[in-house]
Design a protein around this ligand. Structure first.
Ligand SMILES: NC(=O)C1=CN([C@@H]2O[C@H](COP(=O)(O)OP(=O)(O)OC[C@H]3O[C@@H](n4cnc5c(N)ncnc54)[C@H](O)[C@@H]3O)[C@@H](O)[C@H]2O)C=CC1
Ligand SMILES: O=C(O)[C@@H]1CCC=N1
Length: 259
């Protein structure tokens, strides 16, 4: 099966590097032919001459350009998408927006992956329009299951998913960096502190999943009465940690809805 990515930036490269190249024949096209040639070579995939050649040639097109560029690129390729399946990973663009920019007859699946696709651990939302036939939905699910865990969700929840799974790796990296910087403040080398924190964050997420407990009950298990952890928790509360995180997510959702 031939899959074509229009846009070969950070996210397309993350998805492609996780994909099984034996199963999917991958083509890419992007703005800068020379840069794209190097990307194609590094990823071990094929390069199309331009967006139109790619759209003509492949069975499935994955739109991977920035939301602001989507209208221009879709107007270029829409006449070549008839009878094909189009997937879009663009933040903020609804299935209705995407049909308005292409065709009301086109099978479209809206997708929201995250950067962890690079290591086949994306957390990906998926939502088809009403035209998508079952076999094509299964193909879309197969592509994104091969690079992580998928959640088929209602489109009304896409902006929220985009914030808590699409953008949240950035928030989590900031948290990891803050913890390791604190280690540096207290005399530890940065690389060592970061390795320690990354291991702890990863194991804490696994612990949550495997124990079946809710986060607060695990917080209570870590906090000994009169002990050290509760001092830190009170300080986080004094500095509005939870409220700050919720504000950040709300701001992210609002921006997604404005795109
Ligand atoms: N970066 C992330 O973690 C995530 C990004 N997304 C979505 O993925 C999409 C791409 O984002 P990134 O990869 O981060 O951006 P990026 O800026 O790294 O990549 C955009 C790509 O589009 C190409 N491009 C620009 N104009 C073009 C044109 N006219 N024709 C063909 N290609 C063109 C650029 O050359 C570049 O390769 C966005 O819509 C974003 O909302 C979704 C989930 C996560
Ligand atoms: O920052 C962005 O717009 C994209 C959407 C989700 C993650 N990155």
């Amino acid at each position: 099966m031939k899959i074509g990515f229009i846009g070969a930036g950070k996210m397309a490269q993350a998805i492609i590097s996780g994909l099984d190249k034996e199963k999917f024949e991958v083509y890419i096209s992007s703005r800068d032919f020379e840069k794209t040639r190097i990307i194609a070579k590094n990823l071990g995939v094929n390069q199309a001459k331009d967006n139109i050649e790619l759209a003509k040639f492949v069975d499935i097109v994955i739109m991977s350009v920035k939301p602001q560029v989507m209208p221009k690129v879709l107007s270029e390729v829409k006449d070549y998408l008839e009878g094909k399946l189009m997937l879009s990973i663009a933040a903020g663009l609804t299935l209705e927006n995407l049909a308005d920019l292409t065709s009301k007859q086109l099978e479209i699946v809206r997708i929201m992956p995250n950067i962890n696709a690079t290591i086949k651990e994306s957390t990906t939302a998926i939502c088809p329009n009403e035209l998508v036939i079952d076999t094509n939905l299964e193909i879309a699910k197969e592509i994104f299951s091969s690079i992580g865990q998928i959640f088929q969700i209602e489109e009304k929840d896409f902006s929220t998913f985009s914030a808590i799974a699409g953008s949240s790796p950035a928030f989590i990296y900031i948290f990891i960096d803050a913890l390791s910087r604190a280690g540096v403040l207290h005399g530890m080398p940065k690389d060592l502190a970061t390795e320690i924190v990354a291991s702890t964050v990863s194991a804490s997420a696994n612990m949550l999943a495997q124990s079946g407990e809710n986060p607060w009950s695990l917080v209570d298990k870590v906090s000994s009465p009169g002990g050290t952890t509760v001092e830190g928790i009170v300080s986080l509360e004094e500095n509005r940690f939870v409220a700050s995180v919720i504000d950040a997510v709300t701001k992210t959702i609002e921006k997604d809805k404005r795109l």
